[in-house]
Write a protein that binds this ligand. Structure first.
Ligand code: TXA
Ligand code: MG
Length: 357
């Protein structure tokens, strides 16, 4: 791939400077690639209705062509253009949760190019809750396909630096709006089935969805403890490795006392074998550990902070050059469901169940 100069534009995250947004929108209109912040993670945007732009997007990210990105909209009018039908239940969800970290799967309309949805009959759409993303959508005057702005397989980027570390020279521009707020991606909710199914847990929790929907199911992949074979049409991204730092990751799950004792034993074991070991701990447990690097995700009492720090710390541990990361599990509830889904995937399902204590 030919290296290009990536233009970095620092923008105010609350009131983005319009002339900078217009420069970015011009790239999108001409079929270029622009990274931008959303409330979840940074996205890498391209014109959703321009097949060449989408092809460039897959190539820049080294993303397999069978894993479609999410289409972002700034106006509900586009949902009606992109979706074959817009069921009443989805209207209620959009009214309640948009803009916000909820992606809805619809049957797609004929105007959507095949490559935009990897040839599927369905399309994933969301309206992001971030002034920079919304301004870019407004100025571009079209829907924007935007997967997370990382190289495929790497942890998703929560800062502009993460994006540039992966994609500098491969994309036209980046709007740098600082650290993203939520830190894990949107919840992907399939509205083409009854009851609706969560395909990927994310920023809108299962518990919150139940305030609007009578029933919501968790697709087995959303809570998987091992690699699952599923039909591509339902969950296209599943078979690809995700969120993975270069180091090997082990996730330790169970009651807290048992987790701490197991993490200590594993760290000891790998250090004795000469490996450089990093521990991904929490505020409550950090002091008790001995390893080459110990980092805290935040307090166990605040899963929002843990979610916000997760991807950045996985990247930091890689920069420290650790060989093995031993990570504490957190409760599988609220945002913890998304955190555990990402940690388990990052580990390639290398999960240790701690018991006893
Ligand atoms: O928070 C987010 O969702 C971020 C920001 C940038 O908006 N975007 C993001 O996009 O995470 P991406 O492309 O990295 O993840 C999209 C997920 C993948 O798991 C993909 O397989 C799934 O959505 N997906 C896309 N289209 C789908 C479809 N038609 N049916 C089922 N799953 C779909
Ligand atoms: Mg992604």
């Amino acid at each position: 791939m030919v290296t290009k100069k990536t233009l970095a534009l620092i923008v105010d995250s609350q009131e983005p400077e319009i002339y900078k947004i217009r420069v970015a929108a011009d790239f999108i209109k001409k079929g270029g690639l622009v990274a931008f912040p959303t409330e979840t993670v940074y996205g890498l945007g391209a014109d959703a209705l321009n097949p060449n732009a989408i092809s460039t997007l897959f190539t820049a990210k080294k993303r397999p062509f069978d894993n479609p990105p999410i289409v972002h909209v700034g106006d509900l009018e586009y949902v009606h253009k992109l979706a074959k039908e817009v069921p009443p239940k989805t209207i209620k969800l959009m009214k309640t949760f948009w803009p916000g970290p909820l992606t809805l799967i619809f049957n797609r309309s004929k105007i959507v190019p095949d490559i935009t949805v990897s040839g599927l009959d369905t399309i994933a759409i969301r309206m992001p809750k971030h002034e920079v993303a919304l301004a870019l959508l407004r100025e571009s005057k079209r829907p924007i396909s935007a997967p997370s702005a990382n190289l495929a397989g790497k942890p998703s980027p929560t800062t502009a630096k993460h994006v540039l570390d992966d994609l500098e020279g491969r994309i036209d521009a980046i709007l740098d709006g600082g650290h993203t707020n939520i830190g894990v991606e949107s919840t992907v909710l399939d509205m083409t089935v009854d009851p609706p199914q969560i395909l990927r847990p994310g920023g809108t929790t299962y518990e919150t969805l139940l305030t609007v929907l009578d029933t919501v199911e968790l697709h087995p992949v959303a809570v998987a403890e091992k690699e699952l074979l599923v039909e591509k049409a339902r969950s296209p991204g599943v078979k690809h490795r995700h969120y993975a730092p270069d180091a090997d990751v082990i996730v330790v799950e169970g009651k807290l006392a048992a987790i701490v004792s197991k993490v200590k034993k594993l760290a000891e074991f790998y250090m004795q074998r000469g490996s450089k070991v990093g521990i991904l701990a929490t505020d409550e447990t950090t002091v008790g550990y001995r390893a080459d690097v110990v980092k805290s995700l935040g307090s166990r009492g605040d899963l929002a902070v843990i979610a916000k720090n997760l991807f950045g710390l996985l990247r930091e541990l890689d920069l420290e050059g650790v060989d093995v990361i031993v990570a504490e599990g957190v409760p599988n509830e609220g945002l913890g469901l998304a955190v555990m889904n990402r940690l388990r995937k990052a580990s390639g399902y290398n999960i240790v169940k701690a018991s006893g204590c």
